[in-house]
Design a protein around this ligand. Structure first.
Ligand SMILES: [Zn+2]
Length: 406
């Protein structure tokens, strides 16, 4: 009898300990998700990377076609869809490197890039392009020069304007020295000088300082953010964490996070981009719409990551990518008549303006539950503790499904 009584007493105590332990272990993440602002209208931003240095003709043609496509649509406020262009401002000057034996670059100031700059300006004037800083180069020049890989040397010394997509992935990171793996951190002085140089060139090229920075390959550290902030950058785009290095296998590592929308870093605000729209990898309108549905259930903006490579490659692939993008925007407007098109800097300013987001408790609670479902590892523990039912998507009318990451 005493054994039965002890069991009856111990069982609820053990369960309570499990629940308390789970909540305690995840308290920071759960609180951060609760504090993350809640949007009152769905937001869609197409975030595209890697434009600038590289092949001129194919990029110019692609950008002009994107302007033609995007200007066909308007949201409920009469605004056109915005594609952010994360710009790379320079690439290698192959003949000069061959001649002089040290690194030299060709920037977008070179007259050869005039048609590309004109296409960028055309989209900017039409309100469909918002310019963001990706980097002076999509690599750290001394790391490339130190690389023993002969294909890297050939890339650097090329007569053409080579595309960084052809470099080994780990060498496409700018803010770590990946000439050896695991990569080594850059010096404070090197970071400060490089940020000053890239921000000054961006301003000379486009007449204003960049407000938003997108770290190449999402490898960067707090010192880079602080230097960007000193140079006037207000917003850093993140996939929800910060990777500081490349590990022995060449993969992004040394992570810190999670990071949520509107969170502040050293002098900057973060905006999270962790959904993908890469038609060259098979994504179509359905994947983009699934991401929009999921983000709206979480009362978060839908920032869809895409790359120039979707639009500048083989004609048929580029055509398909454009068609998929048009279909996505058309269906998004049809399914969400209250949808808003914004640029990322404007979105960040909404996060800074109290009162511009929905604050009702039930909306906030539903959004929090939808967000918690994606908190890494939490749902496994919640299941063990018997709490999973609390986060069942069927209890959230607007619940969505996850998009497949690229
Ligand atoms: Zn990139």
């Amino acid at each position: 009898m005493r054994t039965v009584m002890s069991f009856l007493l111990l069982f609820p105590l053990a369960w309570l300990a499990l629940v308390a332990g789970t909540l305690l272990w995840y308290r920071r993440g759960l609180m951060a998700l609760w504090r993350e602002p809640v949007l009152d209208q769905p937001v869609l931003i197409i975030e595209s990377d890697d434009w600038g240095a590289g092949p001129v003709e194919s990029q110019t043609q692609a950008l002009n076609r994107l302007v033609d496509l995007l200007t066909r649509f308007r949201d409920c406020d009469g605004r056109p869809p915005v594609m952010t262009l994360a710009l790379v401002l320079a690439g290698p000057d192959g003949p000069a490197i061959r001649r002089e034996g040290h690194y030299r670059c060709r920037t977008l100031e070179d007259p050869v890039f005039a048609p590309l700059r004109a296409a960028i300006e055309r989209g900017r004037r039409a309100g469909v392009f918002a310019l963001q800083l990706h980097g002076m180069e999509h690599y750290w020049p001394p790391a490339l020069m130190a690389s023993p890989d002969p294909s890297v040397r050939a890339w650097l010394e090329s007569d053409s304007l080579p595309a960084t997509e052809r470099l080994p992935a780990h060498l496409q990171s700018r803010w770590t020295d990946a000439s050896v793996l695991p990569s080594r951190p850059l010096s404070d002085e090197a970071i400060a000088a490089a940020v000053r140089e890239e921000v000054a060139l961006f301003e000379r090229l486009f007449g204003e300082r960049p407000r938003v920075a997108v770290p190449p390959t999402f490898v960067w550290d707090a010192r880079v953010e602080a230097a960007w902030a000193r140079a006037g950058v207000e917003v850093v785009v993140t996939p929800g964490l910060r990777s500081r290095c490349r590990n022995a296998a060449g993969l992004p590592d040394c992570d810190s996070g999670p990071i949520v929308n509107g969170q502040s870093g050293p002098g900057v605000r973060y905006v999270v981009r962790d959904a993908y729209f890469e038609p060259e990898r098979g994504h179509r309108a359905a994947q983009g719409l699934a991401a929009l549905r999921r983000k709206w259930a979480q009362r978060r903006p839908c920032l869809l990551e895409t790359h120039r490579s979707n639009f500048i490659g083989e004609a048929a692939t580029a055509e398909q990518a454009l068609a998929a993008l048009g279909e996505l925007i058309e269906q998004a407007l049809h399914l969400y008549p209250e949808l808003r098109f914004l640029d990322t800097a404007t979105l960040a300013s909404i996060y800074l303006s109290p009162g511009r987001a929905a604050t009702g408790f039930s909306t906030r609670f539903a959004a929090w539950r939808a967000r918690v479902r994606e908190l890494r590892g939490f749902m496994r523990c919640a299941k063990l503790a018997g709490l999973a039912w609390l986060f069942n998507p069927r209890l959230t009318p607007a619940g969505g499904q996850a998009v497949h990451p690229a």
